[in-house]
Design a protein around this ligand. Sequence first.
Ligand SMILES: O=C(O)CCC(=O)C(=O)O
Length: 271
Amino acid sequence: MTSTLENMRTRYHISPETVQKFNDEGFVKLSDVLEPDDLRLYEAEITAKVKELNTQHLPMEERDTYNKAFLQIANLWEHSDIVKEFVFSERLAAIATDLMQVRGVRLYHDQALYKESGGGITPWHADQYYWPVSSDKTVTVWVPLQETPLEMGPLAFAKGSQKFEFGRDLPISDESEASLEKELAEHDFPLVQAPYHLGDVSFHTGWTFHRAGANNSGAPRAVMTVIYMDADITLTEPVNQYHLNEIDNWMPGTKPGEVPASLRNPVLYQR
Ligand SMILES: O=C(O)CCC(=O)C(=O)O
């Protein structure tokens, strides 16, 4: 029997067809990427850290749409060696490298996204609105830490929408949900929504529009994510307050035109 750490280091084969599908559709869902037993171990540690570090204690009915969607705790790897093992996994980072067809990937940041029981929808959005980086070579792995049926709010995607430019200037909000729901349907970007089995993960690009339903399951939806960027990407001039905050928080000390190579942005895999 192999150890958890070994499992997190071994390679998962990505075929040319999978790369093509990822390029065409803006996301890909992969089966049996992680071992259920390993995920149970990581879930226990990640959930403990989310409870310890969470600062959101308002009752659901007093929160806005964004804060109803999930508890969001970033860079857990800096708080736990066990979580660091997960976030620094070569298995996951090599998949990100293969899908983006780059030389290697660096960490942007990790984040736990726990949709509480009774938590609301995650409105339609594209992540890269928030990120001041020089190319579209960014990708997030979304890893559910339990079986995730539809009523728990699995991540859902608008297929092919990474090529759609409408709505790229919209932060996560009631407005992004309403206008993207309409525009994506009108422009024939189909909604792809399905349950995740334990061990399934998805990768979506920074410009792929995605959302998640409410959690009506009666149990929390525990999810861990890791955001990767091309190891050679550079910082662009910040154009909004989110960009300034992102640089301070996740790429400290990096100047426009430079590769983000701070201690928070290690290269996690290179060919
Ligand atoms: O987990 C969710 O509900 C949303 C996730 C998301 O937006 C992301 O990982 O980029």
